[in-house]
Structures are given as C-alpha cells and as structure tokens.
Design a protein. Sequence first.
Length: 605
Amino acid sequence: MRGSLGRVLSVGLGAVALTIAGFFSQAPARSQDQDPGQDGITTSALGNYLAGRFARAAQDTKDAADFYGRALERDPSNEVLLEQAFQMETMSGNWPKAVPLAEKLASTRESHRMSQFLLGVTSFKAADYAKAEDHFKAASENPIGELTSSIALGWTLLAAGDADGALKAVDLPKQPDWAQFYLRYHRALMADIAGRKAIANTTFEKMFRQDSRTLRTALAYAQHAAHYGDFKLAKQIMREQLSKTQGDPHPLAKEMLERINKREKTPLLIATPSEGMAELFYGLGEALTGEGGVSLGTIYLQLALDVKPDHAFALAALANAQESAKRYEDAIATYDKIPQGTPLQSAIDIRKAFNLNSLDRVDEAKAILERLAAKDPKDVRPLEALGNILRARKEYAESIKYFTRAIAALGKHDPRYWGYYYARGTSYERLKNWPAAEADLKKALALAPDQPLVLNYLGYSWVDQGKNLKEGMRLIEKAVQLKPDDGYIVDSLGWAHYKQGNYKEAVRFLERAVEIKPEDPTLNDHLGDAFWKVGREREARFQWNQALSLNPEPEDVDKIKTKIERGLDTKAQAKNVEKTRQVQSIDSSRRRSENKAAPSGRAVE
C-alpha cells in the first residue's frame, strides 16, 4: 500500500496544495529531510503528512496513525500533526501512544475536548478521581463538550463516593430536550447505584415519556423495575417499547420479557460507576456513527472500550463503523471480542457471515449460516441472510431455496414478512419464471401495499412486458410519491414513459433521476436516449459520453459508443438498443433493491 501511496504523492501535490495551507504555515520545508525512505515514500514531515491524509481517506486508520506519527517525529511542534496523530491513535485504541499525545495537546490547548476526555478516563481508571475531575472540568470549557463533561464528572463523583455531587452534576435544567434525555438517563442510573430508588424511578419515568423507542434505555428502566420486584411495570415498559418498533422483537427484548414472565429478580443494567462511564461514551459513539460521524463516533466508542473492554454494545457499534469503512477483517475481529453466549450471538454471527461474504470468503459465510439454521430451525434470519448473499451473487436458483425455507418456517402471513416474498419474487424474475415472480410480488404487495420497492418492481415489470399498463404506471407513480428522492425509482417512471412513447414526460423524469443519482451510467444513458427522441441530439451525445465515463457494464460499452457515433436513427440500432434496455432498464431501477431484504446492518440495535 505504501509504495502506491508514494507514487500518488509524487504526482498529487498540486491537487491538495490549498487544503494543506495550515500545515505549510507551521511546517517550513527542510531540504535535509527529503531523502526517500526504503518504502518509496519521502521521509519528510510533509510527505508523511500527505501519506497520512491518503491513508485516512482510505479508512486505513492504523496506517494513517503511523504516517502522522512519523511526520510528528520530524516536526514535533506542529499542532496539525499532533492533532491528527492523536485522533488516529485514539481511533485505533492505541493507548500507549494516544495518552502521551493527549498530554501534549492538553498542555498547549487546555480546553482541547477529546484529549481531556482521554486523560480524564485514564485518571478515572487509575482511581485518581480528583485528577479525573480536573480533566473533565477542563473539557467542559469547550461548549461542545459541556454535556459529556457533566455526565463524566457525575460518574467520577459517584466513584469517589459523592452521590449528592454526582446527581447535582447531571441536573442541568437549561439544556435542550435532546440533551435532557441523556442527562435523565444517566441521572437515573446514578441514583440506582447510589440506592436512591425514588429519584431513579421518577427520572426513568420522565426519560421514558420523552422516548420509549430506544431499546437500551427501555431495558435500563425495565431492569430497574424488575430489580425492585415491580414486574407489572417492567412488562408495561417492554410492551410499550415493542409496540413503538417495527419488525421482530430484538433478542434482548425477548430475553427480558421471558425473565419478567418468570418473575426473576434482575440485576441493574449499569451496576458500577465504571460501567456508567463506559455507557456514556458508548451512547454518544453509537449515536454519532449511526448518523455518519464515524471518526468522532469511533473515538467515543474506543473511550468506552478503554473503560470496559468487553462492552458488547460498544464492540458491536465499533464493528458496524468498521463495516461502513469496508474494513471487514477488522469488523470480524471486533465481533470476536464480544463475550460468547449472549442473546446477541446469532445476530453477531450473521454479521460476521456478511463480512466474510464481502471478503469473497463465501464458503466460510455459508458454513456459519448453515450452522445457525440447523441449530434453531425456527430462526429464519440465517436463511434470509443466505438467500440474500446468493441473490446478490446472482445465484438465483439457490437463493430461492433458502427464501422458500424461510417462508415455510414463518408459517403465518404477517405484514412484516413482505421482504421474503419480494426477495424470492425478484429471484424468480431473474430466472425468467414470471408466473412465480408475479405471484410472489403480488403477495408482497398485499402484505405491504405502501412499500416503494415492491410497487416499483411489480409496476415496472408489467410496463416492460406491455401488460397491465395503466395499473403498472399507477404503481410506479405511487412508488415515486413515496420515495421521490430515489433516483432508481424515478428512473423507472421515466423509462416507463419512454417505453410508451411519452418522450417529453420521459425527459422530465429522467433528468430528475440523473440529478438525484448523477454517478450512475445507466441513468445517464437513459436520459441520452430520451433527449435524442425529442430532438436534443447534442445533449443526447453529451449524456452518452457521460455514461461512458462512469464505467458502465462491459457489455454496454460498445452499444453506447455506437449511439455516440450514429445516434438512434436506424431501425436496427433501435431494435438493438431496445433489447439492451429490457435488461438494462430493469437492472437500473432495481439495483438498489438487491439486498433491501437483508437483515439490519446493526447487530444490537
């Protein structure tokens, strides 16, 4: 990897010159440092800094940390390098390197939030609560860190034996509603540990009224109630949480209900201040990574794991973040750190199987899923995963077998199960078994009449075959109304108009589809065809050229080139293009649906 980065660096300096102005202002060139290293990358601070940028952009956190560290060795007073090296080492959980960097950052910028958090956690773990308190207070000088600092301070005070001080630290009435939810959650947890049952109960109730959907907080409240023997309240909490969420109950929710029904006295979800501190950073990290803030979220998750290395939820959230970054080997290794034997085990193994599939280790993935399916024949999730893996690999006949087994195991026709019929129907359609495909797609539509994927697939299939045109168009139009920002579904409507000769309407919708999804070659190709049909030949050739530049499927390249050269004039060309469209247009409108019926990306939500 580093050799290729070196080659990129040798030609790429101009492209990034403006983005590194801050670096140049702090790191003047030093000609004596410009000797090339053995790995082909310059050993200068600038060279390693740029290599670190490329590694970070490629989501290679460990390499990025290494490059930034090397750059910092060459220019130890450079704050840009110090900041980047600290972030990368913290994201990697490399505490022997991250802690000294945090100390240096905090010494130069006292209110530096993340360095103070790490130093506070380090002191907290060492039971140096006075020092931890100082670090968390310093972090609160940064307005963004005030909420986190207050909760961390509360857990520190509780660990030091000051329950009143802890509860006071998280009593911040001027914070907005979203912040109050976090504050109430942690205040209730602290009160429980401190033996303040009444405060815990009142605070949990306020929190739950604010949001009863979140599984983690609902579990904490239900376990609080069951811990004190109030099984009626515990059951009410879990039933309300389940009623607000769609799909099958989460394994942890099912386990909790079973314990409540058995009237088992249940331990508190958070039993120690250390667990509470880990819970704080886990909650923030999971929320941030779930909303796209992967880098910062990963730092918070690593802080949670620094306090409690076996925190199952934090490990699962970290693995999810690694999956998002396509670091599948790292994700598998993280899942393997989750303690065995929890109700999450099947979901974790399914995620590992998907990661193995992404690494093209399909046989290993199938072995895991087959083992799970044999272990519990009533659990359809492994069958669903196998079906979707094979469907994505275009092994449609095999995928149908697994979806059929899943449907048989489900037994009843529940609206939640539309995805199994949809997935099997699309596989039948790809095998050109339209009667079976149509039956499954109709069944999926009956179960989920407002599901855009089903509306689009069935509607376009009818229009493409020249049957049920009016009903097919109605279904596609409804799909667009439900998902107006889905470029593929909008493309379906445009191409349906094209198929019926409504070229002006086709242009209108196909232009919109390309605006939504400009990087898709097929959508650009479609728009080119529609432009040609309305006499906008120069624009048509522009769109075809655009499609050609976006790496279309190999079998489409020559056809697009022919259109650029000759247009759509001859009947032979039109016939050839139409034949291509019958496959290509369906592929484009459905491409995003290939794995829509797959299990949730998050194993523990």
